[in-house]
Design a protein around this ligand. Structure first.
Ligand code: NAD
Ligand code: UDP
Length: 349
């Protein structure tokens, strides 16, 4: 298939570009580089062994999006583009709603106009709000405590509404748990701007000497070691989940075309491992993988943190034949290879 990857220069998008090409797809990227570096394009071209067509514009621009679809032909869109920092979304709600919703509207309109019928969308475990894990896709109430998460809840709903009146559209909503790690080559990886909000990149920057110590947010949770637990998933497993979802949508296309539930056109799958790991266990695993000390200090809880989160990942296994296979040690080893080779991310290039 010819696949447009929106946000393909970003962390998950770049790894998925590699997986899509390896699966035999032709890939075109659109990215504004609002939260990524153009350096990634050359790294991707080296990994995939061919030129990667990249369109640098903001998808909230409906005219440019329309022009792209008018000048090319896409069988599918994998839609990663979006702003994703929870704290920033609280400070800048309008920017988040505008960017994440408008970019989706632009894509949906252009897809509809140009007969592109397959869409894979990046959602998040954040839509499960403060429900008790393990999370299942059919949990009725979706909510989130912050504007970023609410853009995901809203876009999921919008996609269901649009699919209900467009019987050609096939949508996969993928709810990611905690993506970490990097391509085993160490040439692409996660490169957060400024101070990392997420645990793994923070730990990696401590190990490489950019930061003193990890502040562990809370040691008094009702968990095995008192720190929060998350379902960390290797970004390569996550990328493989997109390839599997796309294959499923293509298979479903000719046979399923009703809204009455028999031919569900909006599929929702959790992409997680089904296991959870504590903050202290992550720190230990990273220290072992890197051979570097990772000093830490237990500080107060972070507002809004759930004590634990993990996926019921059985639906994706049953329906997609996909399962995450990489361990937390492999996630840390690959994250470390990337961090050690690129202590300042793509800024080193
Ligand atoms: P990222 O910031 O690395 O990648 C997103 C990319 O989209 C960036 O390259 C950015 O420049 C681009 N972009 C943003 N707005 C755009 C716009 N209007 N037009 C064109 N390009 C635009 O983030 P990521 O971690 O790779 O996440 C990808 C997707 O997965 C996002 O939608 C995110 O919300 C979702 N997600 C991420 C996580 C996570 O922990 N990383 C978890 C759950 C869901
Ligand atoms: N965390 C931490 N120190 C940090 C960053 C995160 O202790 O500097 C904890 C955080 O409280 C949570 C876990 O690590 O329990 C994962 O946090 P992250 O932000 O990566 O993922 P999310 O909480 O969004 O699932």
């Amino acid at each position: 298939m010819r696949v447009l990857v929106s946000g393909g220069a970003g962390y998950i998008g770049s790894h998925t570009v590699v997986a899509l090409v390896a699966a035999g797809h032709e890939v075109v990227v659109v990215d504004s580089f609002a939260n990524s570096s153009p350096v990634v394009v050359g790294r991707l071209e080296a990994l995939i062994g061919r030129e990667l067509p990249v369109h640098a514009f903001d998808l909230t621009d409906k005219d440019k999006t329309e022009q792209l679809f008018a000048s090319d032909r896409f069988d599918a869109v994998v839609h990663f583009a979006g702003l994703k920092a929870v704290g920033e979304s609280v400070e800048q709600p309008l920017e988040y709603y505008e960017n994440n919703l408008e970019s989706t509207f632009s894509l949906l309109r252009a897809m509809r106009r140009h007969g592109c019928t397959l869409l894979v969308f990046s959602s998040s475990a954040t839509v499960y709000g403060d429900a008790e894990p393990p999370y299942r896709e059919d949990q009725a109430l979706l909510s989130s405590s912050n504007p970023y998460g609410r853009t995901k809840v809203m876009i999921e709903q919008i996609l269901r509404d649009v699919a209900a009146i467009d019987d050609t559209l096939q949508v996969a909503i993928l709810r990611y748990f905690n993506p970490v790690g990097a391509h085993p080559s160490g040439t692409i990886g996660e490169d957060p701007q400024g101070t990392p909000n997420n645990l793994l990149p923070y730990v990696a920057q401590v190990a490489v000497g950019r930061r003193d110590r990890v502040a562990v947010f809370g040691g008094d949770y009702d968990t095995a070691d008192g720190t929060c637990e998350r379902d960390y998933i290797h970004v390569e497993d996550l990328a493989a989940g997109h390839v599997a979802a796309l294959a499923h949508l293509r298979r479903a296309l000719p046979a399923e075309s009703s809204v009455d539930g028999k031919g569900a056109r909006v599929h929702t799958w959790n992409l997680g491992t089904g296991r959870s790991t504590s903050v202290l266990a992550v720190i230990r695993a990273f220290a072992a993988a890197s051979g570097r000390p990772v000093p830490f200090e237990i500080v107060g809880r972070r507002a809004g943190d759930m004590p634990r989160s993990w996926a019921d990942a059985s639906l994706a296994e049953r329906e997609l034949g996909w399962r995450a296979t990489k361990t937390i040690d492999e996630m840390c080893a690959d994250a470390w290879r990337w961090q050690a080779a690129n202590p300042f991310g793509y800024g080193d290039a």
